[in-house]
Each structure stands twice: as structure tokens, then as C-alpha cells.
Design a protein. Structure first.
Length: 633
């Protein structure tokens, strides 16, 4: 393996990613715009931090259908978390608390999912079966999420090829996390149970930039349907990453698509560097079979230390465990991600599983920064019978947490001899990733016995197919042919006014450029003036464009008409222009400018006066032609 394979982020090229075998796939979660939740009849989309009560729960793993425990569930159980739910009686019922059986699946949500699946070109499942997916992190009070597969084997055009879509699922959303400190995790339940679709692609994205580009296509495609929610938290991406010799790592809950390239670059670098670390361990003769580590309590040896975090911990009655990693000398400084070393892998496990969330939560003898004095390290080394080739890791907490942390350090160090452990990782603000949980396996899924299979009829599919919007890539190709401004093409393709634009251009023969600008840019200008552009709805826009079609309003007067309708709450179309009215305005303008000897200057001045007086009621070209005729006489 090449230690220099990863350059700085800005210097990495497509060939560099190919050399390390970079692969990525997406799991995109998007809330559907429904009135009710998925398996109850509580309102969806009612966000609030207010709550009427709190419920405390502890999660325990259950056996799968094959009599096995899911590794993620066991990991979460080790954390010994107290889960607190803050509930508002307006948005939560007894179903979410697992005290009432589920209602039938929300028909509106299913119709939306079927529509989007057809846009993906998926083969639709003709009989839906609801499954339970275990979640012991507490994000769902029942300990499981109800989910079903709606379509499979779809694809979208991407980068001169087709990007396969493995499946489209329909499931319920989880709680919003408020805080996670120590052994207490707090959730708000306002978004719990809201309908989500999950789009899963094949791992056929070969650079970080491709991953972001594909995510943007999916975002825009579903928005173009008008069936999904928008705004912060309405869509979240899980990004799967691997390199040659590594394993699938899931970066969980990436809320911003622009963050994907740096996150996936760092995760790919991390896997490559972990493989290099395994290579170095093998060179030292350390394999999963020969790996050796143990831990000892050393509180007494460091009770007089001047290292403040450790001294304060001991003063508060905490104990200190020392983990001896045999033959690991210097390896905790091994780089994994940008400005990140292997020691953080240990610290993350301690933070998540032992719940030692106050940082620093450990120190080690490989560090170059000042922690313990050299004499203190030597004293510990002699006491635990370590030699110069070993690394010592100190971790502190109460008796249970400190021992749990020591065990996790040993587990994570042993995994280094194996390579890249399968994990779910969280996206951090600096573009790196941090450990979140063990990657779930198939043992977390089992059939739901509370809900019967649901047949998807051909009539239902056909009814939905008739109302499908044109795919955005087809819309954009047409917009390019029409020559509308480049900065209107993408927003218009996903706009709720896309169908109105098509009708105005194809059936009413209005100017494509003027119509596109009016639909995309005029609302932005009106928003800057503080006007309520939400009131600029389709009925009003349709009436305005109809007035342009019927020559009751000139296209140049659209912006002013929109502003008038929003500001004064009145119909802004002026009365039709009488046959002699333009002649009177031209005559008046000529009279006001008779002292001007330069005909060009006089023409400009006259046009300004005429259009100011008759704006929105006369075509500028018509007025200019008639005025020019009179000036040339």
C-alpha cells in the first residue's frame, strides 16, 4: 500500500481516487409533505420545543427471528443510557409511546412514495410487508422503526451513465436529539412518526464530488414533485464509503450536501491509513491472534499529578485505569484523517460507549503534548510491567465507566490489527468523521405482526402515473433549447410553477425568457421589499399571465402588478387601453419635450414619460414605433 496515496484534499484528482478504489453510495432520507403521520393520525410537520411531559425509558436488545442479537443493539445496551422523551400532547399519541397498536399505513404517504418510485423507474412492489428495524439508541421510543420497501431496481441519468437505485423505502421518522451527556440522552418527539422515503443507491460513485452531485440530483428531483417537505432537517443523507481493502462505513445524517465531498475524502483517507496501520502492526508481528493488552487500576500512582484534568477527576473520587497495549509504541500518533490521529479512535469509543463525554477523556504515553511528567509515566510503566515498546493509555471515571472504557480501548486496539471495523460514523463540523455506533447487521430486522400485508393495485399505480411531473433532466434540456437565462434553469426545473411555465409558453405562446424571469427572479425582488411572497400563489400568477396573454397587461408590467397585488391586496390589472389614449399620451410627451433639438434624446425622454404613464397597459415596441413615426414627419 502506498503511504502517499492521499494528497491534500484540493490536490486529489479522479485518478487518485481510482488508485485507492474509492467507492460511495447514498441513503437519502426525505420527509414527505403529508398532513398526518405514517402510522397514526397525529399532525405531521408541527415542530415545537414546548412539551407537556417527560417519559423515561431504558432500552434492551431482543433476539432476532434466528435467535441472535444485533451487534449495534448490544453496543447501545452497554452504554446504560437513560432516555428521556419530551412529549407535546398536540403532536404525539399513545401509538408513538408503544401503548397502542399502529393505524393503517397513511394512504397519502404511500401514494407519494409510489409516485417518486415511478420517477426513479423502479419496479414497484405489488404487496407491501411492514418490518421492524431495531433502534436502541433511543431515537424511537418503541425501540424499533416500522419500514417497508416500495420499489426496487430503479436508476437515474448521471454523468453520461445510469446510477442504479437499489430500493426506495417508506418509513417513519425518529425523534430530534436535544442533548447527549454522560448516561442521559434527551429527545423531542415532535417529528417522530412523520413519513420518510429512503432512497438507496448502488455504491457506484467514484469520487467525493460525484457523491455530492448525485445527492443534488435526488434532492431536486423529489422537490420537483411538490410531495416533500423542504427546509432544515427535512432531508438527511447517509453516505456509504469504502476503499480497496476497507469496508463499508456509513456516515450518518449529513444534513448539508456541500459537506459530502470533504467528509467522504476524510473517511476514505481514514480507511486507507487504518490499512497502513494494520500493515505496520503486521510488520511488528501483531495480528488478531498475537495481539496482547490488559488494564490495571493506577489511581494511587497518579494521585499527586499536576495534570489538571486527571487531578480534578481523582479529587472527585474517580478512579484511573491504565491500558497496556503491547508493541503499540508510537502508533497512537498514526494519522487517520486531516489533523486527526489514531488516539481519537480510542477516545471516540470511550466517549460513546463508556459515556465519558468530558474531554479529554484519556491520555497516552505516545503523546507529544505535556500531560504527565516523565517520572510519572516511568512509575506507571514499572508498576504495570510494561516495556519500551508498549503504549500506556490512562482513562478515568467511576468504577463501572472506567472499566468499561478500558475494555473498549482494548477492543478498538485489537480491531486495528484486523483493519477497518464496520461502523456508523457521525459527520463532524470540521469535515472529519467520528465514531457513532457499530454498523447494524441483518439481525436488526424482523417482520411486524401488527400490520397485515398491503396490496398495491394496478389501478392505484396508473392513477398516480397520470399525475407524474416531467423529470427534471427533461425539463432542463427543454429550457436550454428555449434559451432562458442560465440562472433560472435549475430553480425553475424544481419550482412548483414549472407546469404553469410550460402552459404559458406552449399553450399561451408567452415569451419563455420573460416568463421564466417573472417566476424565478421577481419573487426574490419582492421578498427583499418585505412583501409576503407566500401569497403569490398559482391562482394569482395564472390570472396575471392570462392578462398578458389577453393583452390586458404588458409583460413589462408584471413585476409592478405582482407588487401591487401583494401590497394593496387588490387586483392590479388596469382598465384596457382606449384607442385614442396612446395618441394623447404621445402628443403630451412631445409637447413637454419640444425644446429638445436632439431627436434621439427627445425620443428617450418621450418614451420615459409614456411608459411611466401607461406602464403595464401598452407594449413598449408599439409605443416606440408610433412615436418614431411622428418624430420623423
Amino acid at each position: 500500500m502506498d503511504p502517499s496515496a492521499f494528497k491534500a484534499y484540493v490536490k486529489m484528482k479522479e485518478a487518485d481516487y481510482a488508485a485507492v478504489g474509492f467507492r460511495s453510495g447514498l441513503e437519502i432520507h426525505q420527509q414527505l409533505l403529508t398532513k398526518k403521520k405514517l402510522f397514526c393520525r397525529c399532525p405531521a410537520g408541527c415542530y415545537s420545543t414546548a412539551y407537556d411531559a417527560e417519559i423515561l425509558r431504558h432500552m434492551r436488545p431482543t433476539l432476532s427471528e434466528l435467535g441472535e442479537y444485533d451487534g449495534t443493539a448490544l453496543m447501545e445496551f452497554k452504554t446504560r443510557k437513560e432516555i428521556i422523551y419530551r412529549i407535546n400532547h398536540d403532536t404525539v399519541c399513545t401509538y408513538e409511546m408503544d401503548d397502542t397498536p399502529p393505524f393503517e399505513l397513511n394512504a397519502e404517504a404511500l401514494d407519494s412514495a409510489l409516485a417518486i418510485a415511478q420517477l426513479y423507474g423502479c419496479a414497484l412492489i405489488d404487496e407491501l410487508h411492514i418490518a421492524r428495524k431495531q433502534y436502541l439508541d433511543g431515537s424511537i421510543p418503541t425501540g424499533f422503526q416500522r419500514t417497508t420497501i416500495v420499489g426496487v431496481d430503479g436508476s437515474i441519468p448521471f454523468d453520461n451513465r445510469r446510477l442504479p437505485i437499489v430500493q426506495l423505502g417508506l418509513e417513519e421518522d425518529a425523534c430530534r436529539e436535544v442533548s447527549d451527556i454522560g448516561h442521559e440522552r434527551i429527545y423531542l418527539t415532535d417529528r417522530l412518526g412523520m413519513p420518510l422515503i429512503e432512497t438507496v443507491t448502488a455504491p457506484e460513485l467514484y469520487t467525493p464530488q460525484q457523491a455530492a452531485q448525485a445527492a443534488q440530483i435526488f434532492r431536486r428531483l423529489v422537490r420537483s414533485t411538490g410531495l416533500v417537505r423542504t427546509g432544515i432537517g427535512a432531508a438527511r443523507q447517509d453516505v456509504n464509503v469504502s476503499v480497496t481493502g476497507g469496508t463499508r462505513i456509513e456516515i450518518k445524517g449529513v444534513s448539508r450536501i456541500p459537506a459530502i465531498p470533504l467528509l467522504t475524502y476524510n473517511e476514505a483517507m481514514r480507511q486507507w491509513n487504518l490499512l497502513l496501520l494494520r500493515q505496520e502492526l503486521q510488520r511488528r508481528g501483531i495480528t488478531p491472534q498475537t495481539f496482547s493488552a490488559e488494564y490495571r487500576e493506577v489511581t494511587r500512582l497518579v494521585r499527586r499529578t499536576r495534570y489538571l484534568p486527571l487531578r480534578q477527576a481523582i479529587d472527585h473520587g474517580l478512579i484511573v485505569q491504565c491500558v497496556i497495549l503491547r508493541g503499540f509504541r508510537g502508533l497512537l500518533r498514526h494519522q487517520t484523517q486531516t489533523q486527526t490521529v489514531f488516539a481519537k479512535e480510542l477516545s471516540d469509543r470511550v466517549r460513546v460507549i463508556a459515556c465519558l463525554t468530558t474531554l479529554p477523556n484519556l491520555i497516552h504515553s505516545d503523546t507529544l503534548s505535556e500531560t504527565l511528567s516523565s517520572s510519572e509515566w516511568q512509575s506507571i510503566q514499572r508498576s504495570v510491567v510494561a516495556d519500551a515498546d508498549d503504549t500506556l493509555v490512562l482513562v478515568w471515571g467511576n468504577a463501572i465507566d472506567a472499566e468499561s472504557a478500558a475494555k473498549e480501548i482494548v477492543i478498538r486496539a485489537r480491531e486495528a490489527a484486523q483493519g477497518v471495523p464496520s461502523e456508523t460514523r457521525q459527520a463532524l463540523a470540521d469535515g472529519t468523521t467520528g465514531f457513532e455506533r457499530i454498523l447494524p447487521g441483518p439481525d436488526r430486522m424482523y417482520p411486524d405482526t401488527d400490520l397485515p400485508p398491503l396490496r398495491v393495485t394496478a389501478d392505484r399505480v396508473q392513477r398516480i402515473r397520470v399525475g407524474l411531473p416531467q423529470p427534471i433532466w427533461e425539463r432542463e434540456a427543454w429550457y436550454h433549447q428555449l434559451g432562458i437565462p442560465a440562472d433560472t434553469i435549475e430553480p425553475l426545473a424544481v419550482s412548483p410553477w414549472a407546469e404553469l411555465f410550460r402552459e404559458a409558453v406552449q399553450e399561451w405562446h408567452l415569451s419563455a425568457v420573460r416568463t421564466a424571469v417573472a417566476l424565478i427572479h421577481f419573487p426574490k425582488r419582492l421578498r427583499k421589499k418585505g412583501l409576503p411572497i407566500k401569497e403569490l400563489d398559482e391562482p394569482l400568477l395564472r390570472r396575471l399571465f392570462s392578462a398578458v396573454r389577453d393583452r390586458q397587461l404588458d409583460a413589462d408590467g408584471l413585476l409592478e402588478a405582482m407588487e401591487t397585488s401583494l401590497r394593496n391586496k387588490t387586483w392590479p390589472i388596469p382598465p384596457p387601453l382606449e384607442s385614442t389614449e396612446l395618441e394623447r399620451e404621445i402628443a403630451d410627451a412631445l409637447k413637454q419635450t419640444e425644446t429638445l433639438s436632439d431627436n434621439r434624446a427627445r425620443l428617450r425622454r418621450c418614451m420615459g414619460l409614456i411608459m411611466h404613464s401607461l406602464r403595464g397597459r401598452v407594449d413598449g415596441a408599439q409605443a416606440a414605433q408610433q412615436l418614431q413615426h411622428l418624430l420623423n414627419r
